[in-house]
Every structure is written in C-alpha cells, then in structure tokens.
Design a protein around this ligand. Structure first.
Ligand SMILES: [Zn+2]
Length: 121
C-alpha cells in the first residue's frame, strides 16, 4: 500500500469523529431539504448551520468519499479540526496535556494533517 493510500485511509477514518458532532448540531426538523445542502437555495445560504451542513454532505461516505482527491480530504479534515477545536469550551480546561476525547482526537488529527503537508511539500 502506498503512503498516499495509507494517509487517505487514516483521514477517512478520522473524519467520523467530527461528523458525529456536526450531525447532532444540524437541526433537521427545521430543514426544508432534510439536510441535503443546496448551495443555490437562499434558505441554505442564510441557515446558521450551513457550513456544517455543506461539510456533512461533502464528507458523506455514501458520496464515494474514498474516491475524492487527497487534497479535498485534507481540507475536510482541516474543517473537522476547527470544528472539534471550537467545541473545547472553556478552552482553559483543555490545556496542553488534556486527555479528553476531543483533545486526543485533535492531537492525532493535527499530526495527520501535518503528515499530509510534509508528504505533499
Ligand atoms: Zn480536552
């Protein structure tokens, strides 16, 4: 297995963690599209959850995610990192050596994003 295939597999696995939070955050009861993000609909553009929703749709496993280019998956991972990071509130509870699930995921995901950057440099 090539290094690129390996890192791709790890990024795909890694995306599952932020996806579970984003799914819980996107309120489908108020969504006219049942969570299928529609970029041209003004209701979607004005929705407070449009970033999460767009990201969820673009990272759906059923969307043949594994066939997406590596740089796309890297961008999706970067969004996931910001998303999980924004949930670590208050931040002072999550110091450098915090071993909560969010922080452990963030550490792994940042390493992974760094490996990708090194590989493609
Ligand atoms: Zn933490």
């Amino acid at each position: 297995m090539s290094a690129k295939v390996k890192i791709k597999r790890r990024i795909l696995e890694s995306l599952a963690y932020p996806r579970q939070f984003a799914m819980a955050d996107v309120d489908l009861s108020a969504c006219p599209h049942s969570g299928l993000f529609t970029a041209i609909d003004s209701r979607c553009q004005q929705c407070t959850r449009n970033y999460e929703c767009d990201w969820l749709n673009s990272t759906d496993e059923f969307n043949d995610l594994a066939a997406q280019p590596l740089d796309f998956l890297h961008r999706a991972l970067t969004f996931g990192i910001d998303y999980v990071d924004s949930r670590n509130v208050p931040t002072n509870l999550h110091a450098k050596d915090c071993d909560c699930e969010n922080c452990e995921w963030l550490e792994d995901a940042r390493d992974l994003a760094h490996e990708y950057t090194e590989m493609t440099a």
